[in-house]
Design a protein around this ligand. Structure first.
Ligand code: YSA
Length: 336
């Protein structure tokens, strides 16, 4: 049996040593050490509590309230020390607010996204809306409605990845260009139309420094009464000046696309060389009538730009494969 006097003495001693060991302005590590030592599961208070099992029920009536009081006191001590240390942290005199903060590393936009946004913004400022479309297309929209029948040689140039979808009458593929969106937009809207459509395209081709099998295009379409070729030239010229600078020279040359008549490609003069960045033309009457427009009433122009190629020129990128190589040394050059 424990002697009541000696237990009461131990309670008193523990109260004293706990108070004296809790320093003012203790940091959170010191506070935690103190808590574990005195209030922890195997701490000094728990140890002393075990005495209750060894004393008579008469003594329990004396010792019990004292132990409870001690526990209460230690908890209060701890809470008030914690509070005062938090206040110190908020006190601007307790640390140097002029020290530089820690730099957080944020993600940034991909160079392709940046150039797509820049090009779309150039067209938006000329009254074009921005629209997105599906990457999985049907043969009808990717080829047929664009005046590219199944025996047309242009199909070989744009062979792509066909999808083997069972139980479907349509043939599905990953689109080879964004031009299928021309028909999709015209089918759902009446003229006037001014729209640009950025998006991914896929072609079954060997890659090299200027060709990827997965790349982007920005399609453009303007349909109205009396649209002429000079409006096509003026719009694309203005875009080139917005992207490359106000004195940018451009060149149009005849080119062939089955869905335009006449067709052109546009090059820009860059470091002494003419570099092609897009295909364009006046929308073919067969394409207009294919979607239910009257070609005698409406005319329009369309174009398809390769944004990676534009970015390569602007940013002196030698190889298009850098865009998808996921090399941070390349990507971090575009962090703004
Ligand atoms: C033409 C006339 C129109 O009325 C409307 C659109 C077009 C463009 C047509 N649909 C087309 O795809 N033409 S294109 O094959 O010459 O590609 C257009 C642009 O996409 C190219 O100038 C180039 O910048 C980019 N491109 C094409 N193949 C690519 C590529 N970029 C990267 N990798 C490839 N494999």
């Amino acid at each position: 049996m424990k002697n009541t006097e000696s237990v009461l003495k131990k309670i008193e001693n523990l109260q004293e040593s706990a108070s004296s060991q809790l320093k003012n302005n203790a940091d959170s590590n010191v506070l935690e050490d103190w808590r574990i030592k005195f209030l922890g599961r195997n701490g000094e208070l728990s140890e002393l509590m075990k005495v209750m099992k060894e004393v008579s029920s008469e003594d329990k009536r004396v010792i019990g309230p004292k132990l409870n009081q001690l526990k209460d006191n230690l908890n209060k001590l701890f809470e008030s020390a914690k509070e005062s240390s938090a206040q110190n942290l908020n006190d601007e005199n307790s640390f140097d607010i002029t020290l530089p903060g820690k730099n957080l590393s944020y993600g940034s936009l991909h160079p392709t996204t940046l150039i797509i946004r820049e090009i779309c913004e150039a067209f938006r400022s000329m009254g074009f809306q921005i629209h997105e479309g599906n990457e999985i297309e049907t043969e009808k929209y990717n080829f047929d409605l664009l005046n590219i029948p199944s025996d047309h040689p242009a199909r070989d140039q744009w062979d792509t990845i066909w999808l083997d979808l069972k139980n479907s009458n349509d043939k599905y593929l990953l689109r080879t260009h964004t031009s299928p969106m021309q028909a999709r937009i015209m089918e759902k809207n009446d003229p006037p139309i001014r729209v640009v459509v950025p998006g991914k395209c896929y072609r079954y081709e060997a890659t090299d420094a200027t060709h990827e099998w997965e790349f982007h295009q920005i399609e453009g379409l303007a349909i109205d009464k009396n649209i002429s070729f000079s409006e096509l030239k003026g719009t694309l010229y203005q875009m080139a000046r917005k992207i490359f600078g106000s004195d940018q020279k451009v060149r149009f040359r005849c080119d062939f696309f089955p869905f335009v008549e006449p067709g052109v490609d546009m090059s820009i003069l860059w470091e002494g060389k003419w570099i092609e960045i897009l295909g364009a033309g006046m929308v073919h009457p067969k394409v207009l009538s294919g979607v239910g427009y009257d070609p005698n009433e409406y005319s329009g122009f369309a174009f398809g730009i390769g944004p990676e190629r534009v970015s390569m020129l602007k940013n002196k990128i030698k190889d298009i494969r850098n865009f998808h190589a996921n090399d941070l040394r390349f990507l971090s050059q575009f962090v703004s």
